[in-house]
Design a protein around this ligand. Structure first.
Ligand code: NAP
Length: 276
């Protein structure tokens, strides 16, 4: 029998997840369906009760529910607890289990540009918000010990460095400090919203000292190529846009729900088609 999966968020009208997952269900011959549900914050508990009552097999959580959902779940995976947010839930025979696939989804996509073993690479994350937190925790848990964080508000970067219990050589720095030592990094990741449409002329950090061959990843996907990535490419960087993270988190959720590995390239094509 076909299963139902969903997305809880507010708003969800522009989400690319339904088309991406439904296309993959069809491709793999699965009689499942993925549906976006617009759930206002004060209706979250009622929605989760409904999911349990209806036996919906799993769901994603997006803004603004990623933190509040945690108190509605029966069990939360350790990494999601560390990140402090859940974006994927599996309904395991009536028990709701929460995961966060954002960070690992990003790292999976990063490996396509930077190679399988990131552990020896020196990494800089620009930004210290929710997405940065997921990426930082996943990178550290996957064995990366040198992941610095630069942020406009330095205290937030410092708090993020302290969010892991693992021993690392990572440090919090200002944007200006990071600009001065940019050539020390093998991988630089923009997790701020700077450069996102409509402010497409802004860049989060100067690339003056960028060394050719550096991997530059921007998690923004609107526009598909930010000004920052364009400058980096001109300076010889290997670039990756935000579609990779979106597809990566969706693919990991898909695997948890179905036990099957989706076709990442196909998912990427479907998302790019929707964006354009
Ligand atoms: P968030 O929690 O609000 O964090 C925003 C970050 O951007 C903070 O570090 C903030 O610095 C910085 N920032 C914002 N405006 C700035 C400015 N004018 N100058 C310098 N820094 C600025 O947001 P988030 O949830 O982490 O999302 C961040 C971006 O990632 C968004 O563009 C979002 O669309 C994108 N995203 C993409 C994916 C994907 O799948 N590709 C997934 C999640 C998020 P302060 O701390 O100083 O305020």
């Amino acid at each position: 029998m076909g299963k139902l999966f969903g997305l809880l968020g507010h708003p969800v009208g522009h989400s690319m997840s339904p088309v991406m997952h439904n296309d993959m269900f069809t491709l793999l011959g699965l009689n499942h369906h993925y549906q976006a549900f617009d759930v206002e914050p004060d209706k979250l508990k009622t929605a989760v009760d409904g999911i349990k009552a209806l036996g919906i097999s799993g769901f994603n959580i997006t803004i603004p529910h990623k933190v509040d959902i945690m108190e509605q779940l029966d069990h939360i995976d350790d990494e999601a607890k560390e990140i402090g947010a859940v974006n994927t839930v599996v309904n395991d025979k009536g028990k709701l289990i929460g995961y966060n696939t954002d960070g690992r989804g990003f790292v999976t996509s990063l490996k396509q540009a930077a190679g399988e073993d990131l552990s020896k690479q020196s990494i800089l994350i620009v930004g210290a918000g929710g997405a940065a937190r997921a990426i930082f925790i996943s990178l550290v848990n996957m064995g990366n010990t040198k992941v610095d964080i630069a942020n406009r508000t330095l205290e937030k970067a410092e708090q993020l460095i302290q969010a892991t219990t693992k021993v690392t050589k990572s440090k919090a720095i200002t944007i200006i400090e990071a600009e001065k030592c940019l050539d020390q990094y093998d991988i630089i990741i923009n997790t701020t919203s700077v450069g996102m449409s409509p402010n497409i002329d802004q860049i989060p950090i100067s690339l003056e000292l960028l060394k050719p061959g550096t991997v530059l990843a921007d998690i923004i996907y609107n526009p598909l190529e930010t000004k920052w990535l364009r400058i980096g490419k001109e300076k010889g960087a290997i670039t990756q846009n935000g579609v990779g993270m979106f597809v990566g988190q969706g693919a990991l959720a898909f695997e948890k729900w179905t036990g099957q590995t989706p076709d990442l390239k196909r998912m990427e094509q479907v998302v790019i088609q929707q964006l354009s």
